[in-house]
Design a protein around this ligand. Structure first.
Ligand code: GLC
Length: 601
């Protein structure tokens, strides 16, 4: 039965719009690229131990070439004790045996290039692992040593130094300081009675580096060269806003959250109550935290940009920076710094037409002002997958993980909205990021057994936060194979939800209306019409509709319309449907559905 179609006084047949973005004339690949995030431990397993590896990625690269993406970004595969799933690096120039060898990395890069895919690797410069040679030496050499100067060691507060040097909290919960003598490896060691503390904005196994130290600069320039020489096309820079801390490490009682960043309001309130060091006055005014988004970080990226510019082939730096507002984020992508920054503003925007319009408009304004492409992202390895997030009563950033006893997302609603959100995102000019499995419409694993959780946030918050394991579950590849084809032995380091069998690519490939088919079609159209390089108008189409027109030279305009209202809206006349995220009933765009339209010649 066809739903009633809203008469649409607000949907003029001649769509009028307001220009929100004019592309630059530059045509470098990264300005328009769709970049697919591979989370190596969960993409594909070749050796059968149940943990994904680099040969497992190489074997499956054809899936990505067929999907139609331009590049792959790989989360860390370096030597690491895996306390934070590889974001704790012990050796930046080697591959962890869990994932393979350097030769496997070379083979992956070569195969990707053969298939026309660029390769971006992860760089983790804010902290090392506590198993890194530099930190082992810092522990052994003791207070005042040259080795300690590369990290953030301090004396404690209180009469006996028994209090942490300041009140900073770890992003994963608990204090951001650990006393050397309280480390689990202290008993019986030479640092058994060592009263100094070291800073770790994340887990205690991830000591922060001291970016005032010239050797730290030299080391990271050398690491960049190591991977550039091996042929990588760029780096995704982890916690890019964190490297420099405010001088004097002033107290700060605000809360820093992953992806979302500093809560500025909360920071302002906290600052009012506090006596801050004189050089923290800027933070008092802005509510910005003294550990993040300090102006000093930009010098580092200028230094790195110069290194990349020595190489041919348009290599890139991508900032993972949880920075607000968008104008501050845009500073990271000025012409002599990084090339792109993840647009977390878009990711955390609620499923609200007005807020989405504002995010789109604001993102273009901020990035266009510095000549950088706007990026779009809906999911990654740190947030609840958008097919589940958008099925929660409260959309937006979502909780840090969902457990069996929590209110469960509405799976059908979530998938419907996720498909609509993805199709909206892929119709926008700029560069887009796709997180592995979102092209299958995978939901979060929301009923994982607590005993299986590995995210340090789960432990460090005293189990208050479930953490990120639910978005990191091994991918399904074949519906009828053990472990859904993830591994030749059927082993998977986390169990897959039963519902995933029906979502395996071998099933979805046969279905014209599957999420996989939708992504393939959208990516092919995006490439054909060069939508990434388009100019954008925000089109007036009523309160409940997010509508943009993507125009380019020598091609008809493509109108992207998402209906977030409760009633279907009529489609404008004289347009041909290119692709839709769900069935269109009787010439109308149903609730939570996106369509791409082309003006009929
Ligand atoms: C980044 C990564 C996240 C990691 C954190 C610490 O936010 O995306 O997974 O836990 O940095 O390195």
């Amino acid at each position: 039965m066809d739903a009633p179609v809203t008469a649409s006084p607000h949907l003029p047949q001649t769509l009028t719009g307001q220009v929100v973005h004019q592309p630059t004339a530059d045509a470098e690949w990264w300005r328009t690229a769709v970049i697919y995030q591979v989370y190596p431990r969960s993409f594909g397993d070749a050796d059968g131990d149940g943990i994904g590896d680099l040969p497992g990625v190489t074997e499956r690269l054809e899936h990505l070439a067929r999907l139609g993406v331009d590049a792959v970004w790989l989360s860390p595969f370096y030597r690491s004790p895996q306390k934070d799933a590889g974001y704790d690096v012990a050796d930046y120039r080697d591959v962890d045996p869990l994932f393979g060898t350097l030769a496997d990395a070379d083979a992956l890069i070569a195969r990707a290039h053969e298939l026309g895919l660029r390769v971006v690797v992860d760089l983790v410069p804010n902290h090392t692992s506590d198993q890194h040679a530099w930190f082992r030496q810092a522990l052994a050499d003791g207070p005042g040593s040259a080795a300690r100067a590369r990290y953030m060691f301090r004396e404690g507060a209180g009469e006996y130094g028994e209090e942490p040097p300041n009140n900073w909290q770890s992003v994963f919960g608990g204090s951001a300081w650990t006393r050397v003598s309280e480390r689990p490896d202290a008993p019986g060691s030479s640092w058994e009675r060592d009263g100094q503390w070291y800073l770790h904005l994340f887990d205690s196994s991830q000591p922060d580096l001291n970016w005032d130290h010239p050797e730290v600069h030299e080391e990271f320039c050398s690491i960049l060269r190591f991977w550039l020489d091996r042929g990588v096309d760029g780096f995704r820079v982890d916690v890019a806003h964190g490297l420099v801390k405010a001088a004097g490490l002033p107290d700060w009682a605000g809360h820093v959250r992953m992806v979302e960043g500093t809560d500025v309001e909360e920071g302002l309130a906290a600052a009012e109550d506090e006596v801050l060091a004189p050089d923290a006055s800027d933070d008092v005014e802005t509510g910005r935290s003294p550990m993040f988004d300090q102006d000093g970080v930009h010098e580092i990226y200028r230094e790195w940009r110069a290194v990349l510019d020595e190489y041919d082939g348009d290599r890139i730096l991508v900032a993972e920076a949880w920075v607000e507002p968008l104008e501050r984020l845009a500073l990271y992508v000025r012409p002599d710094e990084m090339h792109q920054a993840f647009n977390f503003n878009f990711l955390v925007t609620r499923w609200s037409p007005a807020e989405l319009r504002e995010s789109i408009t604001g993102s273009y304004a901020a990035n266009d002002a510095v000549g950088a492409p706007t990026t779009w992202v809906l999911s990654n390895h740190d947030v609840v997958r958008h097919a589940s997030r958008l099925g929660l009563a409260e959309t937006g950033k979502g909780p840090n993980g969902i457990g069996a006893e929590d209110t469960q997302p509405d799976a059908e609603l979530g998938l419907r909205r996720a498909r609509a959100a993805s199709l909206l995102m892929l119709g926008l000019a700029g560069s887009a990021y796709v997180y592995q499995g979102e092209e299958l419409g995978l939901p979060e694993h929301t009923t994982l057994d607590d005993s299986l959780r590995q995210d340090p946030a789960w432990w460090r918050t005293g189990h208050a936060e479930k953490g990120r394991d639910g978005c990191r579950v091994p991918l399904p590849w074949r519906s009828d194979a053990p472990g859904l084809g993830f591994s030749p032995t059927g082993r998977t380091w986390l169990p897959q939800p039963e519902s995933w069998a029906a979502l395996a690519p071998d099933v979805q490939e046969q279905q014209e209306d599957s999420t996989l088919s939708l992504y393939r079609r959208a990516l092919a159209l995006r490439a054909e019409h060069r939508l990434g390089a388009g100019a954008m108008d925000l089109v007036t189409a009523g309160e409940d509709v997010v509508a943009v027109r993507n125009t380019g030279e020598e091609r008809p305009a493509v109108v992207v319309m998402a209906n977030l209202g409760t009633e279907p809206v009529a489609l404008p006349e004289g347009h041909e449907v290119l692709v839709a995220s769900g069935p269109l009933a009787g010439g109308a765009l149903p609730t939570d559905t996106t369509v791409w339209l082309r003006a009929q010649a």
